[in-house]
Design a protein around this ligand. Sequence first.
Ligand SMILES: [Zn+2]
Ligand SMILES: [Zn+2]
Length: 337
Amino acid sequence: MDPVEALQQAIHYLDREFAPSQKVRAFQRAIDVVDSTGPEEIAARAEADTLTELDGIGKSTAEVISDALSGNDDGYLARLEERSRVPIGEGAPVLAAIRGDCHAHTTWSDGGAPLRAMAETAIAIGHDWIVITDHSARLTIAHGLSEERLARQLEEVEALNAELAPFRVLTGMEVDIFEDGSLDLADEMLARLDLVVGSVHSKMRLPREDMTRRMVTAIASPHVDVLGHCTNRMLVGRGRPPSDFDPEIVFAACARFDTAVEINCRPERQDPPEQLLDLALEWECKVAINTDAHATGQLEWQAFGADKAVRCGVPVDDIVNTWTADELLEWTAAHAR
Ligand SMILES: [Zn+2]
Ligand SMILES: [Zn+2]
């Protein structure tokens, strides 16, 4: 195997197991070193066991490189593959019915993998489509997209679609919901996108009434198709408590305006908690099981959301990810009318 390909696979598995970002960066750095060193010197050093003398190659990355060159399929990469497998649980039937993912980031904003790699991984895991939803402009720490950059991304998507058909890359954005419920993108751009996820990323501690009004205003927008990670809770690190809002009103609005409630599959979010999802289901809200992937390996996290959907009894037909791309587009287009 090509050493760079092996290192890329390692990155996929590391992201799949949610490894610390410095570990992923070490592998990315190793790819750069292999590229700049050249195949002959890499092969000679692998033979002589001197890869780690290169600045940027450590013990693990050296092992992956030499295993790739010698054809050893029983080393670090194989162990990592096995260790990082996402367990398929009670969600198996839902997972089997899923055709796509409506929330994924790329290097256009704060993702770690280029758009093409995300699309190719979606194909590899059996999807028919993926919606690319990078961040909107105001989220500057996440390198959010200006209108002009979004327009350029749409061109890249169009070119990629011509190449990857019948697989479909759908256009979208994870648009910030401002404090007053308005959206961080002009209407005419919103109208051009296939699917829009609306999410709160700032002022998460608003008083209950204000947060409820803010969310309902965004849900009522004809452009918002999916309400992203509704509580904003964070379960790892210092953690973050859920935002305070009236869930009856918010989910009633989702039902009324046909906005899907997202099951966000990220391990540190697991949003919404099951009690809240139960309530959304009482309102017969549609559901989107989304990975919110920021790397190729994270596209496999849908298994977590599928487990939750089955535990809470989400009807499969109400899960928008089980629809064909055309059905999905018909649904989002109906919102804009
Ligand atoms: Zn978000
Ligand atoms: Zn996101």
